[in-house]
Design a protein around this ligand. Structure first.
Ligand SMILES: [Zn+2]
Length: 270
């Protein structure tokens, strides 16, 4: 699943390829990806220029002449950028025909990805973005502390839920909690101010390092632009079941938290 650093890598790659181009037409082969009325979607996009690409949490936002196209890749969504004569495959669901003669193709084997189209004036006040909290680097720490301490839910679940803090998925929550030395099943209400501050700072570091390295599992974009995530090599606990903890050498264990595979050092994390 692409996480924030991977989505940021996709954003930067797309920015180089498609900004400044006009959308000549949109072909929809699996319209359920689109959450806006399909006919309006197609008609509205046609003829608009892509001016910038922003990101909020794991949402990509294409800012056009009059509208904002908000894309979430979910589990397996990815983009291809091919000349228009390039043959399409089974899982190529949407084709944006661009003024350069290239197609931007949305490919998704699981079909969980979503696209919303809103007027530029109020896309931030509409779902999904209205429900997306600030990223760790932008968060108001005192507000976040009081939010967490009110919750009788595992800290891992609070961090994965994108309302109070956004951009942390399964991999980076495990790495953040390991660095903060906090056990993922601790309840929000049990955490001290200092522990929550440590979580926020470690989350900032983890995401920043991962973004610098292009993320962890880059399958989100075809490697035509040389995008390879290198953060994989930096992971301390995630997927490391049975391997020694880099700090105390205790074997890392795997548990489930709210159904998600979770990797923990049973000695370092309390
Ligand atoms: Zn350890």
């Amino acid at each position: 699943m692409p996480e924030l650093p991977e989505v940021e890598t996709v954003r930067r790659t797309l920015e180089k390829l498609i900004v400044g181009q006009k959308i000549m037409d949109v072909r929809m082969r699996y319209p359920k990806i689109v959450q806006t009325d399909v006919e309006t979607f197609q008609k509205t996009l046609k003829g608009q220029v892509i001016h910038t690409i922003e990101r909020q949490g794991k949402h990509l936002i294409l800012l056009l002449d009059h509208d904002a196209l908000i894309i979430h890749l979910r589990m397996e969504g990815r983009f291809f950028y091919h000349p228009s004569h390039h043959p399409l495959t089974k899982h190529d669901h949407l084709v944006f025909e661009l003024s350069s003669g290239y197609n931007l193709i949305y490919h998704d084997t699981r079909k969980f990805g979503t696209m919303h189209l809103y007027d530029l004036k109020d896309y931030k006040n509409q779902p999904p973005l209205v429900h997306v909290g600030p990223e760790p680097k932008d968060i108001e720490v005192s507000q976040f502390i009081s939010h967490v301490q009110k919750r009788k839910t595992e800290i891992k679940a609070i961090l994965l839920d994108q309302h109070a803090i956004s951009g942390l998925g399964n991999i980076y929550v495990d790495e953040t909690l390991f660095r903060a030395r906090i056990h993922p099943t601790r309840l929000g209400s049990s955490l001290s101010d200092q522990e929550i501050k440590t979580i926020v700072f470690q989350a900032q570091d983890v995401l920043e390092e991962a973004t610098l390295q292009g993320g962890t599992t880059i399958r989100t974009f075809e490697p035509m632009d040389g995008v390879h995530g290198r953060f994989q090599q930096e992971l301390a606990v995630h997927t490391h079941v049975g391997k020694p903890c880099p700090i105390c050498h205790t074997p890392i264990i795997k548990i489930k938290v709210k159904g998600r595979g979770t990797y923990v050092c049973p000695t370092c994390q309390h």
